[in-house]
Design a protein around this ligand. Structure first.
Ligand code: NDP
Length: 336
């Protein structure tokens, strides 16, 4: 059973020294457990936090432990009622080829309903994050302008499409021309600007002639600063992620922006609310209903970026933190 452990807490960008690939024993299920062959491993930005010793909303992985992560797999041995060999399941199997799980961490998947990979993407945690954050905190109204950063990624692509379904003007922010082109052409965003362009701020200004009513914040850094200059009265900011800062090793240089930022919130009466998707579990039923129907009607599309082989996981994860992925990032650990 090949697996990747957290050998040490990374400083800055994680490397294969921090996350070495090891060969291990085949695990064996106890009573009430199943043995799962991992097909897809989901790679998500939150994993950078789990590698860190800093206190967060969930406990981190300890050095020596297998790195955590959501997986889609197939049951190959079962000692759990209701689960048979051959069943496809969503699990939290981690960065490894095989895992043993009890029923609390399992959900059965029906491959006839949707491709199994979507259980960790558009129909899973990232899709739900978009749905809950945009609708509960953003409260989009028809005609409003919604800006979303990391626009082509797993969460951002869904945020923009739901905002379009709600009748909003949607402006994406992404780090590559092809990403911008994709969100406009494939998902119907009204515009998308590349924050790496020299005239990024002018492009953002032009794309938001009526200012910004909702900013779905995924990245932080200069994108956040540029957006804050253009928020309207009563703007809402679902604070979902800050990926530009996940590898930071020290506070940014420059003047303290906090007083000016808080004054802006006050004067513009801006609502900014940090959230973690699991706080909104009460919306899961609505999400399953709405997203299922939107997908069936072809109203929501999605893009996956599938990397082959567990041995390429660390490189792919580095790519996620550098913007190399095109859509929801997955590792294909074994064949479907
Ligand atoms: P994505 O699929 O969007 O992949 C990450 C993307 O982030 C990259 O492709 C890159 O896109 C962008 N990025 C990376 N580094 C930087 C940087 N320095 N500055 C700006 N953008 C950068 O990931 P997800 O959709 O899975 O996650 C998006 C965000 O949502 C993350 O911040 C994540 O932590 C957060 N999240 C929060 C949850 C919650 O419950 N609060 C749940 C799930 C996700 P580009 O090329 O455009 O820069």
């Amino acid at each position: 059973n090949r697996h990747i452990i957290l050998a040490q807490h990374p400083v800055g960008m994680p490397t294969s020294d921090d996350l070495p690939l090891r060969q291990g024993e085949m695990p064996s299920p106890g009573e009430g457990e199943v043995l799962i062959r991992t097909i897809y491993l989901s790679l998500d930005p939150y994993m950078r936090g789990r590698m860190s010793p800093a206190k967060s909303y969930a406990a981190g992985v300890q050095p020596g432990e297998v790195m955590q992560g959501a997986t889609v797999g197939q049951v190959i041995e079962s000692r759990l009622d209701g689960y048979d060999v051959g069943d496809y399941v969503l699990a939290f199997g981690g960065w490894q080829e095989y895992s043993v799980q009890g029923k609390d961490m399992l959900r059965k998947l029906d491959p006839k309903q949707a491709p199994i990979s979507t259980a960790v993407g558009v129909l899973g945690m990232p899709g739900f994050t978009a749905y809950a954050g945009l609708l509960e905190i953003g409260q989009p109204e028809e005609g409003e302008t919604v800006v979303v950063s990391a626009a082509s990624g797993a969460v951002g692509q869904v945020v923009g499409q739901i905002a379009k379904l709600k009748g909003c003007r949607v402006v994406g922010v992404a780090g590559a021309a092809d990403k911008c082109q994709h969100v406009v052409q494939a998902y119907g965003f009204d515009a998308c600007v590349n924050y790496k362009d020299d005239d990024f701020e002018a492009q953002l200004e032009a794309a938001c002639p009526d200012g910004i009513d909702i900013y779905f914040e995924n990245v932080g850094g200069k994108v956040f600063e540029a957006v804050m200059k253009r928020v309207n009265d009563f703007a809402r900011i679902p604070l979902c992620g800050r990926i530009a800062h996940y590898n930071d090793t020290e506070a940014p240089a420059g003047p303290d922006q906090l007083p000016a930022f808080l004054t802006k919130l006050l004067v513009k009466r801006v609502l900014i609310k940090g959230f973690i998707q699991f706080d909104y579990a009460y919306l899961m039923k609505d999400f399953v209903r709405d997203m299922g129907s939107w997908m069936q009607q072809g109203k929501i599309r999605y893009q996956e970026d599938i990397v082959d082989g567990l041995e390429n996981t660390v490189d792919a994860f580095q790519g996620l933190l550098q913007g190399r992925n095109r859509g929801k990032l997955l590792v294909r650990v074994s064949e479907d």
